[in-house]
Write a protein that binds this ligand. Structure first.
Ligand code: PLP
Length: 443
């Protein structure tokens, strides 16, 4: 199908509920960090398809494993007839996740269904009805996951009434207006919440993204997760980390919480776990994951094809030392982006860990007013120049840089050159804003 026909049919047949678009690309093929559209134009990809292609696109060894597996055992429902690859993957995940306690694993298809388990099981396992999550958080689109979320993109939906949301400690945009001790301020806020609308003794769990990614790639201040862990321990509350987007090596460690000193009770994984095949996992304390027998059954979850892809993807990350590469290339990116910040006053902040990087776009550094139009324009124009980049944030004003972890230094330098050109042209007003209007992403 040619680009025009594909876009027409996409418009005609595909529900808008499934669309989050930043440009009109139609994709034909992809390899490594490169995407080729239906016209044959090449793009350097800084998205990894929303942080899924951590090992890059088109990996031959994954294709071979999937092929072999399909011929040997194309499917068994693991609910009633377990097979080897699911068990091997569970063993591997237990091996790479810290925590010296009895752990179990549940498998699903998406970050959303995994966080639905959290929403359903934590109250049952603890005998406490309430949950705490963070404003700006994104845990998924199914009912339980959406209820836990605090993102502006989900504000149209009714959630479950048992979730209380507190501010995420954002140094660049502190909720109290005061940057100093933002972590301590948040803990103080939480204590107030315990005294009033959400008594600690009624609270089952606190779920947090150790880096709040869709909320704007926000890193909490050092020591914050440790303080949160402490307050959970003091009150018998479970701590759940959502690593769906920034886990699986993206930050230079297997999991982003490993940059802190905490051990969570539950870890939620998805996206990159299956290198593009649908699979998610919840790894956590046995008493939680065993709390409701047959309580979160998805017929095709943990299937042989997705699990074999996940096992091979983990092997690639280990053998090709992609955690190390994420650190090296992440530093190179941040250095280059900081130079761009010196050049363009619309860049308010550059932050990140490994290859999970955010660039916050503002009208001016004094007021810090989010500039979502300029951000969409930058995404659109980067696409015109051959670079794919999306934006995130509750104001839609943060460029998100989450390329495959296989990205090379040469590709990072190329990406920085294109970004420089994009910023320059956008500042000069050389981009057709009529075209951009249709592609504002989160809306
Ligand atoms: C932190 C986090 N959790 C959960 C999800 C939901 O995952 P999925 O889209 O696979 O349902 C996302 C998706 O962006 C996410 O970033």
């Amino acid at each position: 199908m040619k680009e025009k026909e594909l876009l027409q049919k996409d418009h005609r047949y595909i529900s808008d509920a499934l669309k989050l678009r930043f440009n009109p690309i139609t994709v034909r093929e992809a390899k490594g960090c490169e995407i080729i559209d239906t016209n044959g134009k090449k793009y350097l990809d800084l998205t990894a398809g929303w942080a899924v292609a951590n090992v890059g696109y088109g990996r031959e060894s994954i294709a071979e494993k999937i092929h072999e597996q399909y011929l040997k055992l194309s499917f068994t429902t693991q609910l009633s007839a377990p097979s080897e690859t699911m068990i091997q993957l569970a063993e591997k995940l237990i091996e790479i996740t810290p925590g010296d306690f009895k752990k179990k694993v549940w498998f699903g298809h998406s970050g959303s269904d995994a966080n639905d388990l959290i929403s359903k099981f934590l109250p049952v396992a603890s005998g406490r009805s309430k949950m705490i999550s963070f404003m700006g958080s994104y845990h998924g689109q199914t009912m339980g996951a959406s209820s836990l979320s605090g993102h502006s993109a989900q504000s149209k939906f009714e959630g479950r009434g048992n979730v209380v949301k507190i501010p995420y400690p954002n140094f660049y945009r502190p909720f109290s207006g005061i940057q100093e001790n933002i972590g301590e301020q948040t803990i103080h806020f939480l204590k107030e919440v315990f005294q009033t609308i959400c008594p600690a003794e009624d609270t089952a769990g606190i779920i947090i993204e150790p880096i709040q990614s869709d909320g704007g790639m926000i890193l909490p201040p050092p020591g914050f997760l440790k303080s949160l862990r402490k307050i959970c321990d003091e009150n018998g509350i479970y701590l759940i980390v959502d690593e769906v987007k920034v886990g699986m090596g993206r930050t230079g460690k297997w999991f982003s919480f490993e940059h802190t000193e905490i051990i969570p009770d539950v870890i939620v994984l998805g996206k990159a776990l299956g290198a593009g095949l649908p699979i998610s996992a919840v790894i956590g304390r046995k008493e939680i994951l065993d709390s409701v027998a047959a309580g979160h059954l998805l017929t095709t979850s943990g299937n042989p094809i997705s699990t074999v892809a996940a096992l091979e993807s983990i092997r690639i990350i280990e053998d090709e030392m992609l955690l190390e590469n994420a650190c090296i290339q992440g530093e190179l990116f941040k250095k280059g982006l900081t130079k761009l910040k010196d050049k363009y006053s619309c860049i308010g902040d550059v932050r990140g860990e490994g290859l999970a990087i955010g660039v916050e776009i503002v009208t001016d550094r004094m007021s810090k007013t989010p500039d979502s139009l300029k951000t969409s324009t930058l995404c659109y124009h980067a696409y015109e120049l051959g670079l794919l980049i999306y934006n995130v944030g509750i104001y839609g004003n943060v460029l998100e840089i989450t390329p495959p972890l296989t990205i090379s230094s040469v590709e990072v330098e190329d990406a920085l050159l294109i970004l420089d050109q994009a910023f320059n042209n956008v500042e000069l007003g050389n981009v057709d804003l009529e075209k951009v209007k249709k592609y504002s992403g989160w809306g």
